[in-house]
Design a protein around this ligand. Structure first.
Ligand code: PEP
Ligand code: MG
Length: 315
């Protein structure tokens, strides 16, 4: 019922009263980029670059990476592309960057931490992104995964800026980053919340362990409170906060995220029409009321129920 009522919606994302919310696709390959770009959406809010690196004996060359990034940027033209630098390590090991076994891989040398150890890999990737950007132009933004500190943020921002790339950001997927969002945003141009890992690290529950799903629910008020903290940093600095975890593709939760202050939502491309339609049915003030109810709720279930209580009947 919901899907049929909402599937026809097209155009820019916005609430009923016109607050813009960019609706973006999560992609992982150049083919994904071409497919997503053919759809009615505003770009990519998360280009996961891991596929270029995993299951290989050697790192991809500068030339190969440049060619792939060029294809992705060309596919989207003037539309936004947010590229995430390599998020490997730990449970996504690289045979050519053998750092040894770890007892707690999710808490180990992954994401930007790996990039800081194997700086050659990070530097080559940033160089390739800069070369593709120089060729194609467009609205290219580059962000780092698994950032926890201001020092890491500065380290990454300096590299990306020195390469001549126009915009740099970091992911907020560690509670430390959510709590320090204002300071982080005083260094970079934007942040994007990864709700999958933010849930895992907030609730101390392994995202790969299915029976922990109730703890990993992004409706957990503690997770929402950290998203609220991140958006507070956005407001204080006047810089944008996006979401690129799975939560952004849930139409009901998308309303809550927008109410908290998130200005872009990146999701599996097939989810965009339903999220767009949900936004169009609700004013920003209603989203803000939903957000207040959800953050104040005593449980994930209670948060969802409270929001359901004021949702538009057509959703
Ligand atoms: C996330 O953690 O929410 C995220 C978007 O990144 P990934 O799922 O690739 O870890
Ligand atoms: Mg993540």
């Amino acid at each position: 019922r919901r899907a049929t009522a909402l599937a026809g919606s097209t155009g820019e994302g916005a609430t009923r009263d016109g607050t813009k919310v960019a609706l973006l696709a999560n992609i992982g390959t150049a083919d994904d980029a071409v497919n997503a770009a053919a759809k009615d959406l505003e770009g990519s809010g998360l280009f996961r670059t891991e596929f270029l690196f995993l299951e290989r004996d050697q790192a991809p060359s500068l030339e190969e990476q440049t060619a792939t990034y060029t294809k992705v940027f060309e596919a989207f033209g003037d539309r936004r592309v947010v590229v995430r630098t390599l998020d490997a390590g730990a449970d996504k090991p690289l045979s050519f960057a053998n750092l040894g076994e770890e007892d707690n891989p999710a808490l180990g040398r992954r994401g930007l931490r790996l990039g800081m150890i194997r700086e050659d890999l990070l530097d080559t990737q940033i160089q390739a992104l800069a070369a593709a950007y120089e060729k194609v132009g467009g609205d290219v933004r580059v962000m780092a995964p698994m950032v926890a500190t201001l020092d890491e943020t500065r380290y990454f921002a300096e590299k990306v800026r020195a390469a001549g790339l126009p915009k740099v950001g970091v992911m907020v997927e560690v509670p430390a980053a959510a709590l320090r969002a204002e300071q982080i945003l005083s260094i970079v141009d934007f942040v994007s919340i990864g709700t999958n890992d933010l849930s895992q690290y907030t609730m101390a529950a392994d995202r790969m362990q299915g029976e922990l799903a109730p703890l990993l629910d992004p409706w957990q008020p503690a997770v929402l409170q950290l998203i609220k903290s991140t958006c507070g940093g956005g407001r204080a600095t006047g810089k944008p906060v996006g979401v690129c975890g799975e939560a952004g593709g849930d139409p009901l939760l998308a309303l809550v995220l927008v109410g908290l202050g998130v200005s872009s939502l990146s999701m599996a491309p097939g989810r965009v029409p339903a999220v767009r339609a949900a936004l169009r049915l609700h004013d920003l003030a209603t989203c803000q009321q939903m957000a207040a109810y959800a953050v104040d709720a005593g449980s994930a279930t209670a948060a969802k129920e409270a929001v359901m209580g004021i949702v538009h009947p057509n959703l």
